[in-house]
Design a protein around this ligand. Structure first.
Ligand code: ISE
Length: 347
């Protein structure tokens, strides 16, 4: 496939640093060539650490727009805060650079839609959104199983998303929707292959571990275009560990992805192959550990596709759709009532 993809990483917080490390140690066909962060000492420290791992020529470019425009950068991994995504994505589109953008695509439906339209005007897809669960082997296996039709129609999904704790007082109720539940939005659209038409977010009595006034846990219900229903529990201060799983209930069986103690678990009709697992382990608190393989496969797929001149995985439109659903979710969180979801048609 020719020369390695020269990648620049924007944002060296928890995810950006993790991706930079991944690009240096585990991703084939890519060279990390630059990082950018307003915290230059932090970026410099990261680069020095990576140098010890053999990444000798990584530059620190303070201005992210300069990194995007740089002729020595072929593709950009955006791990900066969501509110700066619009201008960075627009710059990637303008300079014709492939971008892997961490979720959320942007912070509101209007700016997400502007990104979708700008990419469309540019005439070719360039953006992959960082919904890594699509690359998790068990979720991918579940998608294949549901699509095969062997279990009949999928009627329900039950999703669980628990973080051990979020010690950040700025992580308010709306953030639980926009930053955490957004993953469930994407998985529902991905597994069922249809849009969410209505969302309701309920807030049960909060855990005493949550900051004052924060609705945690939250239970949300999505109604899908084809009539199936998705229930979601998002609980970001559950105290135990990082538990993310999804159970699909179909006409002829069920499948669970993400049981922490086993592979894909199924209970199926007698004529469908059966696969049982057993409990036996603790639950790690870190989502980088739980989804390490998914992140590796996600970034590898992005690098391979960019080198082929293609885009795979969640598109800008997927990012836009999830933003619209989360906005409706935040409205429902405030009112307690179901809210209709209205999407612009895919360009
Ligand atoms: C975080 O941003 C993530 O993406 C994690 O996967 C999620 O579990 C967490 O709740 C979010 O804050």
């Amino acid at each position: 496939m020719g020369q390695p993809l020269r990648v620049g990483v924007i944002g060296v917080g928890m995810m950006g640093a993790d991706h930079a490390d991944r690009l240096v140690r585990r991703i084939a066909g890519a060279d990390l060539v630059a990082v950018s962060d307003p915290d230059v000492p932090r970026a410099t420290e990261l680069v020095e650490g990576l140098r010890a791992d053999g990444a000798a020529d990584v530059r620190v470019i303070e201005d992210p727009l300069e990194l995007i425009a740089d002729e020595g950068v072929d593709a950009v991994l955006i791990a900066s805060p969501g509110f700066v995504h619009p201008e960075q994505l627009m710059a990637c589109i303008e300079h014709g650079k492939y971008a892997l953008c961490e979720k959320p695509l942007t912070m509101d439906a209007e700016s997400s839609w502007e990104v979708v339209q700008a990419e469309h005007r540019a005439g070719r897809p360039m953006i992959q959104v960082g919904f890594m669960r699509r690359f998790d082997p068990e979720y991918a296996q579940m998608k294949e199983l549901l699509d095969s039709g062997r279990l009949g129609r999928t009627l329900l999904l039950h999703q669980t998303h628990r973080n051990k704790s979020v010690p950040n007082p700025e992580f308010r109720s709306e953030m639980i929707v926009r930053d955490s539940m957004v993953h469930e939005v994407d998985v529902a659209r991905f597994l069922l292959g249809e849009e969410i038409t209505r969302i309701q977010v309920l807030s049960p009595a909060p855990t005493s571990a949550a900051f004052e006034g924060v609705a945690d846990p939250q239970v949300s219900v999505f109604t899908m275009a084809g009539g199936s229903v998705v229930t979601n529990e998002v609980f970001v201060n559950c105290q135990t560990g990082y538990e993310v799983r999804c159970e699909a209930v179909a006409e002829r069986g069920t499948a669970i992805a993400g049981r922490p103690w086993a592979g894909l678990y199924t209970t199926v009709a007698p004529d469908v192959a059966e696969d049982l697992g057993q409990w036996g382990g603790s639950v790690d608190p870190d989502f980088r550990v739980r989804f390490e393989r998914a992140y590796d496969l996600e970034v590898q797929a992005w690098v391979d596709a960019s080198r082929r001149g293609e885009v795979v995985g969640p598109t800008a439109y997927d990012g836009y759709a999830s933003t619209v659903v989360c906005e409706a979710g935040m409205a429902s969180l405030a009112s307690g009532e179901p809210v209709e979801v209205k999407l612009e048609a895919r360009p």
